[in-house]
Design a protein around this ligand. Structure first.
Ligand code: IVH
Length: 669
């Protein structure tokens, strides 16, 4: 018994350390699987001894019961907002004003990206996280402690032996662009209303009454300011950015020290150029006087400090004509209205269509076909329409109505109670089948080379394929008769289909297109259950024991396998000889590239990007799309994009093509 207590404490400390390594320092010391097994052991021991469960145990992040509302919290030091500047000139003026005001020849500033999230305050008493609140009106915010506890990068206890008696830390809760997109993709598939931008998602998630919902949203935190501090002395922003990570608190490693107006203007321009390559959205920069004593001297005006300014980037909007609204049918039958636009360039990218989410969205914005509309690109997120320019109407505009029958199969369209989406419920609807096939054959799933959209259209339209399993009944002769197929491509596709018959369980599960189950959840399920039979019979409760599975995912999995139609599809796949291998084919994990993340940008001369990706995969590494702090190498070919700049900004090595080849061919590579 006493041994258990000791082990609980050790596990708690060890897991807290790994959480900091992973979420704050971006230097994981153990694999995810090792982490999961330590975590599972702690859950097991704490179940046996509930009396020893401490409030700062990593298992207690989602323990709190839903709040009825959020009680008010008064900020000891008010949380201010910032005055804005909109150009390099206005930023230079700011420097001039500060030098005049403070009677200094030169002032040192710290410049940071302005994160587009929600500002919060965390309170640590004797090292323990006791309370967290939103900014609110600056004087009083809302108590969102239970929700903040679910964010892994927020330590429940500061990672030092002698913590300060009191520390109030301020920072931004935000979500990375990629994670924002996945959340919206899942919601679209479920017919739920989408979040307009990452900031709304972060704000909506933090103000959830049920912390379990917050826990499912991949929120992050970056700290950039302190309120009251007792027992720790910090006197400049540079010291702050160095001291916080030592306490286990996350900061954004991207910042610059500026010594004059030129430096400030240069940082503003650089961030504007590089923002596309950053993993999060930023709408500007924040320039702050480094020395706290000078800040006190400068003081505040109404609700903003004089010593800091936000340099906002110009808006990325354009006005164009909404030519038409067409409706597409997704895998799960959800009908999505899509805006067809007169092509227009926004921040260097030509935009000719945009998703309109659902009928309510169109009504709420009062969009009519023929309207001039404002198109906006936020970060690298899919463009969206913010609204019509009503003053430009000439009376020829027509309102849009959702069709009452499916544009693909003609079955009646229904809108289920409590849902924003309209759905086609016909499981044999050609549009739904096409989307399912496309997903099933896609790269992350069965990866059938040569089975593209046009071919799938033909196969379904000619009645050759009406279920996933039918793909494996196609022979060379049938394939060769399709448009744009000759005997050689037919042969190649037939072989690709043959190869796809044996697939890892994780890829197979992902390919089924179960709502809520993306590639990483599919991987988790496959590793946990080990076989398709076990997953098909798994209970909701068992699913909920898995670290990243929440109630929605658990329900989606159980519902999927309970559905008669899906059971038929699965039985059919087994009948045609598809085999889901219990474990993934072993990746080579002993190379020095094992576990490394590569990003490719620009054109390589000696190989395609796909080949390059396969070569790193063969050595146990992965190729990912965008640069983040977890990227290990960026390989830059000819005319590299902003990704290379982003990598340099983050201190990630940027390899030329010859460097990259040398790395691949080095003896241990
Ligand atoms: S410093 C006294 N630094 O911008 C103001 N703010 O418009 C202290 N923000 O409410 C804020 N990134 O939510 C600071 N690197 C950064 C920031 C940042 C985003 C937000 C913050 C603040 C708002 C002001």
């Amino acid at each position: 018994m006493a041994d258990d207590r000791l082990e609980i404490e050790q596990l708690r400390r060890e897991l807290a350390r790994h959480i900091i390594n992973y979420h704050v320092l971006d230097r994981p010391a153990i694999s995810d699987a090792e982490y999961d097994s330590l975590y599972a052991r702690l859950v097991e021991l704490e179940r046996l001894h509930p009396e020893w469960v401490a409030t700062d145990s990593p298992t207690q992040r989602v323990g709190a019961t839903p709040a009825k509302d959020f009680p008010p919290v008064a900020h000891r030091v008010p949380m201010l907002s910032l005055a804005n500047a909109y150009s390099e000139d206005e930023l230079r003026d700011f420097d001039r004003r500060m030098r005049d005001l403070l009677g200094q020849d030169a002032i040192v500033y710290v410049a940071e990206p302005k994160l587009d999230g929600l500002s919060v305050e965390l309170v640590y008493e004797n090292g323990l996280f006791v309370r967290g609140s939103t900014r609110g009106d600056g004087a009083t915010g809302e108590d969102v402690t239970a929700n903040l506890r679910t964010i892994r990068s927020i330590p429940l206890r500061l990672g030092v032996d002698a913590p300060p008696a009191l520390l109030e830390v301020r920072g931004e809760v935000y979500i990375e662009t990629q994670a924002f997109r996945s959340v919206n993709e899942r919601r679209a598939a479920d017919g739920l209303p989408l979040f307009a931008n990452p900031r709304n998602l972060a704000a909506g998630s933090l103000r959830q009454l049920d912390p379990r919902v917050t826990a499912e949203r991949p929120l992050r935190m970056a700290c950039y300011d302190i309120g009251t501090a007792d027992g720790i002395t910090i006197s400049t922003q540079r010291e702050l950015l160095a001291a916080l990570p030592r306490l286990g608190l996350p900061v954004n490693p991207l910042f610059a020290v500026c010594e004059d107006g030129d430096d400030i203007a240069a940082f503003y321009c650089r961030m504007q150029d590089e923002r596309e390559g950053l993993p999060y959205e930023t709408d500007g920069v924040v320039i702050k006087i480094d020395r706290f004593d000078l800040r006190r001297k400068a003081g505040n005006v109404s609700r903003s400090p004089r010593w800091a300014v936000a340099g906002k980037f110009p808006a990325e909007q354009a006005v164009t004509r909404l030519r038409d609204i067409i409706v597409s049918v997704g895998r799960t039958g959800v009908l999505t209205p899509i805006a067809v636009l007169d092509p227009v360039r926004v921040r260097g990218v030509e935009i000719s269509s945009a998703t309109l989410h659902n009928e309510d969205d169109i009504q709420a914005k009062d969009l009519r076909i023929g309207d001039r509309v404002v198109v906006q690109r936020a970060g690298d997120v899919i463009p969206h329409i913010t609204g019509p320019r009503q003053e430009l109407r000439d009376g020829s505009e027509r309102p849009f109505a959702m069709p009452s029958s499916c544009p693909s199969c003609g079955s009646p369209v229904v809108r289920l109670e409590g849902e924003a989406a309209c759905r086609c419920l016909n499981t044999t609807c050609p549009a739904r089948i096409k989307q399912s096939l496309w997903h099933f054959a896609s790269k992350g799933a069965l990866d059938v080379d040569g089975l593209g959209e046009k071919l799938i259209d033909q196969l379904v339209d000619r009645g050759l394929v009406s279920r996933l399993g039918d793909l494996f009944r196609l022979d060379r002769e049938t394939l060769a008769e399709l448009d744009r197929m000759g005997p050689v491509s037919a042969d190649r596709l037939a072989r690709a289909l043959e190869d796809a018959r044996t697939v890892s369980l994780a890829r197979f599960l992902y390919g089924l297109g179960i709502p809520e189950v993306g590639a990483s959840t599919a991987d988790l399920l496959a590793r946990h259950a080990g076989s398709l039979d076990r997953i098909a019979g798994i209970s909701r409760d068992e699913l909920l024991t898995l670290p990243t599975v929440g109630p929605r995912t658990a329900d989606a999995v159980v519902d999927y396998f309970a559905n008669e139609e899906n059971r038929k599809t699965l039985a059919d796949l087994l009948e045609v000889g598809l085999r889901a291998a219990p474990v993934a084919p072993p990746a080579q994990t002993d190379g020095t590239l094992a576990g490394k993340r590569f990003v490719f940008t620009g054109t390589l001369s000696g190989m395609t990007r796909d080949e390059a990706a396969r070569r790193v995969q063969a050595l146990g590494a992965t190729a990912v799309g965008s640069v983040s702090r977890r990227t290990d190498y960026v390989v830059a070919g000819a005319e590299p994009g902003a990704k290379a700049d982003a990598a340099r900004a983050l201190g990630i090595p940027v390899l030329s093509e010859p460097d990259f080849i040398a790395l691949l061919e080095s003896p241990h590579g």
